[in-house]
Design a binder for this molecule. Sequence first.
Ligand code: SAH
Length: 255
Amino acid sequence: MSEPADANDPTRARLFVTAALDTGGDVALDARAAHYLTTVLRLKPGAEIAVFNGRDGEFAAKLVTARKRASALEIGAQRRAQPPEPDVWLLFAPVKRARIDLIAEKATELGVTRLCPVITRRTAVARVNLARLAAIAIEAAEQCERLSVPTVDPPLPLETVLARWPAGRTLLVGDEAGGGRPLGAALADLKPGPWALLVGPEGGFAEAELDALRRFQFVTPVGLGPRVLRADTAVTAALAVVQCLIGDWGHPPRS
Ligand code: SAH
């Protein structure tokens, strides 16, 4: 749940719900949402917020009961239709907590639709808290006024992900060893179609992994400048450049 941009203006609060949204309908709130609206924001019955579910667009919604355990929203007019969005995947090696949280948050703000943790040889983090990543993605979507929330996949070994790679999707791989073309130049020559970004763990990719990656037709190794970036910086910087040059920062978006 996101803090409204102006903390004194709770009417700007946005809430992600899973229920279907339709004018005139009611949505029961789970304990977390009820606590947020009634205790954190101290909203009273009659207060207006916005809701979205990733499918039906954004609706005005009125709090009709404000008890901690049994709050509900009455759905008002649709404010925004569900916009089409490019299908962008981020593959990332799990890193330590603060940085993996940043990866989930920034990737959501930058339009990623699917977060895919991948286990590489030098991945040092054994357990990924998927529920936590999903909660961060929801909060980031609420805050950035996006009308969808990225899905969070269970972690898979890199080889498995590559073996199942769908036809037609380009995989941009952050190659810190200098084997890739500068990102901007590589994007200028990319064939049209959906894309994904892969960023390695703090220890980087093993040489054998990079060799294997480079052999796939769908892989485009890219360089992100002369400095070695932390994984979370590499994700944020690369996604910004790609969205700017071939993604939904431009008009029209590419895929
Ligand atoms: N091997 C490095 C650290 C890896 S940085 C070392 O310890 O020296 C983590 C990941 O960020 C890398 O695997 C790569 O995917 C990406 N990355 C960081 N800096 C990069 C750069 N300059 N160019 C391309 N990718 C980069």
